[in-house]
Design a protein. Structure first.
Length: 202
């Protein structure tokens, strides 16, 4: 399975990154992006990693650090926004293919990636999202669950206690059909549509 890492955003960390990508921030002397790639390389089912970014310096770093050690491809984001980043990966994914989508600014364990893939191979669902408990649900998209499915997503709720303390944890298994949806809708709208049509699992 191919893993697509979205590594373009700077967001509210801009004052710390100098305009560079959030995943360029160093933790214990190493950029966040390196931790993510290291973990994904150790997942047996992952056979290729595609890093999408608007930041040339990050793409250069990834290519120089990882290009000769694993099948890592870098691509400059061709369209704006998170939807544009995902759509950029379309050039690397076949018409009827599943892939893992990973946020480049969310650090999770190798085991978490493995668990998502295990769920996919066991249950054979087209759309799966990793969720995790959070004490600050108002800063994330939170999920409403029912009978093993995500039935709704509430983006950064102003009254979080009215909803859920389980947040979208930045890792998904998606079918390539999602590209068509993202041509018309935002990612949140697309995930919400999948949830309400009982196609999104966790």
């Amino acid at each position: 399975m191919k893993a697509v890492i979205l590594a373009g955003g700077s967001g509210h960390l801009d004052k710390f990154t100098g305009g560079e990508a959030k995943c360029s921030v160093k933790v214990l002397g190493k950029p966040v992006i390196d931790y993510i790639i290291e973990s994904l390389i150790q997942v047996e089912s992952v056979n290729e990693i595609i890093v999408i970014s608007t930041h040339e310096s990050l793409l250069k770093h990834v290519n120089e650090r990882w290009g000769s050690t694993f099948r890592v491809t870098v691509a400059r984001q061709s369209r704006g926004g998170i939807e544009g980043a995902i759509l950029t990966s379309r050039d690397f994914i076949s018409n009827d293919e599943y892939f893992m989508l990973v946020y480049g600014d969310v650090l999770i364990s190798r085991q978490a990636y493995m668990d998502v893939i295990k769920y996919f191979t066991t249950h054979n669902k087209d759309y799966i999202v990793l969720v995790a408990p959070t004490i600050e649900p108002q800063t994330y998209g939170v999920v409403i669950l029912e009978e093993g499915r995500v039935v709704d997503i509430v983006e950064k709720p102003t009254r979080p206690t009215d909803y859920s303390t389980l947040a979208v944890a930045g890792t998904f298994i998606l079918h390539s059909k999602i590209y068509e949806m993202l041509e018309e809708k935002t990612l949140v709208e697309t995930l919400t549509q999948l949830a309400k049509s009982k196609q999104l699992y966790y």
